[in-house]
Design a protein around this ligand. Structure first.
Ligand SMILES: [Zn+2]
Ligand SMILES: [Zn+2]
Length: 142
């Protein structure tokens, strides 16, 4: 936990109590979280920060590449997760705008195959999967 923190603050990001706590929360969550969620967890920890402070901290950390801002659906809120430099794909619920990170890439083998077939040198891809989560399916009865 300390290593990640010192790495985060070594690249010119001003270290504050709130930012350390935000990083801790992001580290604890394996899934992307919203600024509101972080705000709530901070108040549970008795760390006072306004929602706009949390937003500004997250934006600053996103600019420094410490966290990744995920903004997949246009109307949905942005979610944040620790930038692990890991290639990620997301399951996006169109009902409640929940975003779930997949822990593997289903396209690695496919990229190799495509390179062989097309002679492209493939450097990356994007894939987000949209649908309805179990809670939303229950609500709509489908
Ligand atoms: Zn949902
Ligand atoms: Zn992938």
């Amino acid at each position: 936990m300390k290593d990640c923190e010192s790495a985060a603050f070594s690249n010119g990001l001003k270290k504050t109590k709130q930012r350390s706590a935000i990083l801790e929360i992001l580290q604890k969550n394996s899934q992307p979280v919203s600024a509101e969620q972080i705000f709530l967890e901070l108040s549970e920890k008795k760390i006072s920060a306004s929602l706009s402070t949390v937003y500004r901290s997250l934006e600053a950390m996103a600019q420094k590449g410490v966290v990744t801002k995920i903004n997949i659906s246009s109307e949905g809120k942005a979610l944040f997760e620790l930038n692990t430099n890991m290639h990620r794909h997301y399951l996006v619920c169109l009902g409640c705008k929940k975003i779930i990170a997949l822990d593997y890439c289903p396209l690695e083998g496919y990229e190799k195959k495509l390179e062989g077939e097309t002679d492209f040198f493939i450097v990356g891809h994007r894939l987000d999967i949209f649908g309805y989560c179990p809670e939303c399916r229950k609500k709509s009865g489908s």
